[in-house]
Design a protein around this ligand. Structure first.
Ligand code: ADP
Ligand code: MG
Ligand code: MG
Ligand code: MG
Ligand code: MG
Length: 435
């Protein structure tokens, strides 16, 4: 017999549970439930009004019920009497098809149906800011090439070590932490796992970093481009496909180009094919487009792509093949929804396998100093509206991820774009006042 969650709570010393779900815009919504009520919440779900979140719903819709997934129970390392659990959403007893965790699960079951198990790893860059969010937290962190800066890293040892210790205690196999390429920017790496496990960890990581930073009097941001002259926050995603037992990496082929199998190149071919539409999920905010297609930063490079192209161990293209058996998708940014990011990659990659799409030519140029002549490869969308229109024109992603979901996503994001478009910026005044 499975143990009741209330019993598990007793054993672990948990007094409260956070039943949490991630909405279409990546915001985490939660109810804090005392242990005395958790068993009925697990059976029936915690109630939410969908319209009050970034979901495509109205105030007249029935309540949502969030059923927590006990397989992903994380006691908060900094507050162990609270247990966090990601939840799946139901309405009228049916799964909510626009819920991001559901969308990822659908993509994964499509992979599973044809014998594939997807594993992913993410690199979630973030800045540590002052508590009010106006500047980086460490005003001594001013080097023009701050990447791997030992002194600046160690001035934030208390926070970094607290987060890393937490990841180790949770069994994520954390293996390195560094100061990244922008002043005030850090990255912490843990080992890849099944895509749903990584997605839940990714969601939790964002919450954990923000919470621990706040505890130390700072504010953490994953915003794609908080400072125009500094490198932005990427969320590089590494992906490989395995057999269902998870023993054999099907992307590995020692005879293949750069150690990648034909299957891997077809998957990459699919991602390249749908990249402009995938961008609407992996680069989901107005601000995302200030990170890609961007001018050179203070450090000498943006480290983000400008074109829809792939390469070997070269950090200036959208897809990098760092070693045998996996590829890195460098386009995604810190605003990407932890569930929709892998879902979009998997949907486009599986389409590549299904249609045996060619990855085409590999480019080994330095895209920053020696860009490909215009027209050689496709360009990335220039802004959110451009990406949304590409998603609107794409049939592969709605086929795989659900038409209703994609339409809901476009509807809400289009409203965000429209809201942004009503604002008059200082740039417009400077450039148009005297027209
Ligand atoms: P880099 O900064 O060089 O791009 P990192 O070490 O920061 O690389 O991150 C690499 C990520 O890729 C880690 O999460 C790692 O576990 C993951 N990874 C390594 N091998 C695979 C693989 N076969 N499939 C998916 N992810 C992988
Ligand atoms: Mg109420
Ligand atoms: Mg890294
Ligand atoms: Mg990095
Ligand atoms: Mg990387």
């Amino acid at each position: 017999m499975t143990k009741a969650l209330s019993e598990i709570a007793q054993e672990k010393g948990i007094r409260y549970f956070l039943i949490s779900f991630t909405d279409l815009f990546g915001v985490q919504r939660a109810k804090l439930v005392p242990t005395a009520a958790i068993d009925s919440m697990e059976a029936n779900g915690a109630g939410f009004a969908g319209f009050a979140t970034w979901l495509d719903m109205t105030p007249a819709d029935p309540d949502l019920f969030a059923i927590p997934d006990r397989n992903s129970l994380f006691p908060l390392p900094w507050q162990p009497e609270i247990g966090w659990m990601p939840a799946d959403l139901y309405m009228n007893g049916e799964p909510v098809k626009q819920a991001p965790r559901y969308v990822l699960k659908q993509a994964l079951s499509q992979a599973e149906a044809i014998g594939y198990r997807v594993k992913t790893g993410v690199e979630c860059e973030y800045f540590l800011l002052s508590a009010d969010g106006t500047d980086i937290s460490d005003l001594s962190d001013r080097a023009s090439k701050p990447c791997y800066d030992q002194q600046a890293l160690m001035r934030r040892f208390d926070i970094i070590a607290e987060i890393c210790d937490a990841m180790l205690a949770m069994g994520w196999e954390a293996y390195q932490n560094d100061h990244e390429d922008a002043n005030g920017q850090f990255e912490m790496n843990w080992t890849y796992a099944d895509a749903l496990v990584t997605a839940d960890r990714h969601a939790f990581f964002k919450y954990m970093v923000k919470a621990i930073a706040e505890k130390h009097g700072f504010r953490a941001t994953f915003m794609p481009k908080p400072f125009p002259h500094l490198t932005g926050n990427g969320c590089h995603t590494h992906l490989s496909i395995w057999d269902l037992e998870g023993n054999t990496n099907l992307f590995d082929d020692e005879k293949g180009e750069l150690g990648l199998s034909r299957l891997a190149y077809q998957f990459i071919g699919g991602v390249l094919h749908s990249a402009e539409a995938v961008c609407a999920f992996t680069n989901p905010t107005v601000n995302s487009y200030k990170r890609i297609n961007a001018p050179v930063t203070n450090s000498g490079a943006t480290w983000s792509p400008n074109t829809i192209s792939y390469t070997g161990n070269n950090r200036t293209h959208m897809i990098r093949i760092p070693e045998a058996g996996r590829f890195e998708f460098r386009l995604a940014d810190g605003a990407a929804n932890p569930y929709l990011l892998p879902a979009a990659l998997i949907a486009s990659g599986l389409d590549g396998i299904k249609h045996q799409r060619e990855a085409g030519q590999r480019y080994d140029n330095n895209s920053y100093t020696d860009p490909l002549p215009f027209g050689t490869v496709k360009q990335l969308p220039a802004n959110l509206l451009d990406a949304l229109r590409c998603l609107q024109a794409n049939t592969i992603l709605p086929d795989a991820l659900g038409l209703d979901f994609v339409q809901s996503y476009i509807k809400l994001k289009q409203r965000e774009w429209n809201d942004y478009s009503t604002r008059i910026s200082p740039w417009e005044l400077e450039n148009t006042l005297d027209c």
